[in-house]
Design a protein around this ligand. Sequence first.
Ligand SMILES: [Zn+2]
Ligand SMILES: [Zn+2]
Length: 342
Amino acid sequence: MKAAILEKITNLKENKRPLKMVELPQPVIGDGEILVRISVCGVCHTELDEIEGRTPPPRLPVILGHQAVGIVVERGKFASRFAIGDRVGIGWINSACGRCPACLAENENLCVDFKATGRDTPGGYAQYLAISENFAFAIPDFFSDTQAAPLLCAGAIGYRSLRLANLMDGQRLGLTGFGASAHLVLKMVRYRYPHTEIFVFARNKDEQSFARDLGAVWAGDTNEESPEKLHAIIDTTPVWKPVVEALKNLEPAGRLIINAIRKEETDKDYLLRLDYGRHFWLEKEIKSVANVTCRDIREFLDLAAQIPIKPEVEEYPLEEVNRALAELKEGHIRGAKVLKIS
Ligand SMILES: [Zn+2]
Ligand SMILES: [Zn+2]
């Protein structure tokens, strides 16, 4: 099968071709697994973190990619949830122990044995993928394969971020960073919390106008003061400046949700600008979002079909994965990037 592999950790500023196209044998499935022929796979910011070593794969080479959509073509002896020919999606969550307190409380994202697709196990930048049937998800008919792919990570983790924001309808929400996840959150909020006003912080003027087009009441630069204080802000940026700048815009007891697997080191000194009175005082909170649970993916796919949310996507052939990654790194984002595989 065709696959794009990462052979070594590298710096994307110097290396514009971090992934290599290769031919690999088709994966062999275990008893509880299904074999999926992949049609498309979304490109996520987490791939940049893997390539640059902020969340390094434990073994190299590895096939990246964790927003895969495809068709079940083979089932293991004990796999019965899906029929041959069913369409399924695969997300970042690849497996968890299933027995620990976190797993039993449906927080498999916090399990110490949490494994991620495309980091700890082979991912979706390939023609075939083997996965436990318990970690594959039926895709509502409403979506095309390309539309469904970004829902599996950007969408599901956006859904989790919003759950953790504890928002009530009518409270004001901020979004700092306006990429794939944030634009899906915006659509979700407009449906679930119709009286909530959304304020967007983004460096890029295009992103600001994209946010206004989608219904944000205000959009400005990362360091601007919002016209009103906000009850919660979701940060989807890879850096520190937006964290510091967001805190000043929170209401008392407001909560900042950081949706990033790792932050880059480049502007870490920005944290020295933290002022206790201006940024933390009055019971403000910061909470990170870790991974994603099966429940998040399941519930979000249903919600997205109900609303409905059709993400804005940009397509690339698998062979051009390096161009997709470079454009993501440079911040050329208008919607989500998806690789066409077969
Ligand atoms: Zn992702
Ligand atoms: Zn567990």
